[in-house]
Design a protein around this ligand. Structure first.
Ligand SMILES: [Zn+2]
Length: 401
C-alpha cells in the first residue's frame, strides 16, 4: 500500500452575521460586475487573455473608488475562473461560452487564495475585516490553499476549502472487474447483482409535498412588475428546500454506491450514457429523478482518484449484442422487451444484465490491447475525461472479424 497525496475539497456550512453577509454580497456585486465586463470583452474584442483582463482590472480599480474597496485577490480570482470557463468552452463539446451573471439569478460565489484568508480560532477571516463563523463538521486534513465562499438557493452560505490529503491507496483486487449499464427501472445494473443500484425515487417521494408548496407559490404570486410578497417568497423557499433535500439524498446515495463499487474492483466498465437521450423520452421525469449523469460522474471521478482503470463504453448496440458469443441481434430490442435471447447460441439473460456484460467484455478487449493508461483527475474535472474510451462492441456475426 502506498501513501497518495490528493487534492480535494472540504465544504463547511458558514454562519455569517448580518454585517458579514452584507459585506460578502457587496464583494460579490463587484466581482459580478467584473465577470460581466469580461464577458463583454469576449463579445467585442474576442479572445481576451488573463494578462489583458488583469490590466483592465488595474485600470478600472484606478478609476473607480467603489471597485478599489473590494479585495483585489477576489477580483483576480473572478477573472481566473472566467478564463477557465472560457477555455473549457472551447475544449469541451457542447459547452457554451461564459454568460453574463444576472443580479436576480446568479449564485454569489467568491474565491480567495491563501494570501487573503485566514482561519483564526475557528473563524474564517476574509479581506475587509469580514469574519465568518464556520460549522466545523469535520477536521481539515491540512492547511487549505484556497477557499470558495458561496451561497445556495436557500440562502445558506458555505466555504469550500481546497486541501491536500494523504490517503492510503486501497489495495487493488486483481481480476475483479465490473460492467455497468444505466437504466430507468434500475438506475445501475451491474454484472454483479450485489452492486446493483436500485431506482430510489427520492424526488417522487416528495412530489406531493413539493406540488403543495408550488400551488401556494402560484396563489401568492403578484402580477408582473410588483415586488413579490413575503408569503410568496416563503412558499418559494419551502419548494426549494424540498427539492434540495431530494437532491442531497441522491448525491449521498450516488457517493456511497460509487465508493462501494470502486473499493471492490480494479476495472470499471461504464456505459457512456448520454442523459439527453432519456430526457426526450416519456421516461424523462423518472430518469431525471435518478440523476444518472451525476451518478456516472461520481463513479468515474472516484474510480480515477483511486487509480482504477475506468473504461467508457458507447451505449450503441450494447443491449442487442450477445455477451456470451458476441453476435449482434438482427433487430433492435424494443424498450418493453426485458429479456435478451440470443438466436445464435441460445444465451438468455435479463436485458440490462446482458448489456452490462457486453459492456464489460468490450472494456476488457480494449484493456487487453491498450497498455498502461495514465489517468488524471484534474483533466477529468475540466471536462476532458481521461478515462479510456472504448469503441462499439464488435459484431461477430456473419463471420466478420
Ligand atoms: Zn450468443
Amino acid at each position: 500500500m502506498d501513501l497518495v497525496t490528493e487534492t480535494v475539497r472540504y465544504t463547511y456550512r458558514l454562519r455569517p452575521g448580518r454585517t458579514a453577509q452584507a459585506a460578502l454580497l457587496a464583494e460579490w456585486g463587484r466581482c459580478r460586475w467584473l465577470w460581466n465586463e469580461a464577458v463583454h470583452q469576449q463579445q467585442t474584442r474576442r479572445h481576451p487573455t488573463l494578462c489583458k483582463l488583469s490590466k483592465l482590472l488595474t485600470e478600472a480599480r484606478g478609476r473607480n473608488a467603489w471597485l478599489r474597496e473590494g479585495s483585489q485577490v477576489a477580483q483576480q480570482q473572478t477573472l481566473r475562473t472566467y478564463m477557465t470557463a472560457l477555455g473549457a468552452s472551447f475544449r469541451v463539446k457542447g459547452r457554451g461560452r461564459p454568460k453574463v451573471k444576472k443580479l436576480k439569478s446568479a449564485v454569489p460565489s467568491l474565491e480567495y487564495t491563501t494570501r487573503r484568508f485566514r482561519i483564526k480560532d475557528g473563524v474564517l477571516c476574509l479581506p475587509g475585516k469580514v469574519t465568518v463563523p464556520v460549522v466545523w463538521s469535520r477536521d481539515l486534513p491540512s492547511d487549505p490553499t484556497s477557499v470558495r465562499v458561496y451561497r445556495d438557493n436557500l440562502d445558506h452560505w458555505y466555504a469550500s476549502f481546497v486541501v491536500k490529503r494523504d490517503t492510503v491507496a486501497p489495495a487493488v483486487a486483481d481480476g475483479s472487474a465490473i460492467g455497468i449499464d444505466w437504466g430507468v427501472k434500475v438506475t445501475a445494473t451491474t454484472t454483479d447483482t450485489a452492486f446493483d443500484l436500485p431506482h430510489l425515487g427520492h424526488r417522487r417521494r416528495c412530489a406531493a409535498e413539493r406540488a403543495k408548496a408550488q400551488r401556494r407559490m402560484a396563489r401568492r404570486r403578484r402580477p408582473k412588475g410588483t415586488p413579490p410578497s413575503k408569503g410568496y417568497l416563503d412558499a418559494k423557499r419551502q419548494a426549494a428546500r424540498i427539492e434540495k433535500k431530494a437532491a442531497r439524498q441522491n448525491t449521498y446515495d450516488a457517493r456511497q454506491w460509487a465508493a462501494r463499487v470502486v473499493a471492490a474492483h480494479h476495472l470499471i466498465a461504464v456505459e457512456d450514457f448520454k442523459p439527453k437521450f432519456l430526457a426526450r423520452s416519456r421516461m424523462a421525469r423518472k430518469a431525471a429523478d435518478a440523476a444518472i449523469g451525476a451518478c456516472k460522474r461520481e463513479l468515474i471521478y472516484r474510480g480515477l482518484r483511486a487509480g482504477r482503470t475506468v473504461v467508457l463504453v458507447p451505449p450503441a448496440y450494447t443491449s442487442m449484442t450477445c455477451s456470451a458469443c458476441g453476435t449482434r441481434a438482427k433487430e433492435r430490442l424494443g424498450l418493453g422487451v426485458r429479456v435478451f435471447d440470443c438466436a445464435a447460441c441460445g444465451y438468455t439473460a435479463g436485458r440490462d444484465v446482458n448489456a452490462a456484460r457486453t459492456i464489460l467484455v468490450t472494456a476488457e478487449r480494449v484493456c487487453a490491447s491498450a497498455d498502461d493508461v495514465r489517468h488524471s483527475i484534474a483533466s477529468f474535472r475540466d471536462g476532458g475525461s481521461d478515462a479510456v474510451r472504448a469503441g462499439n462492441p464488435p459484431d461477430l456475426s456473419a463471420g466478420k472479424r
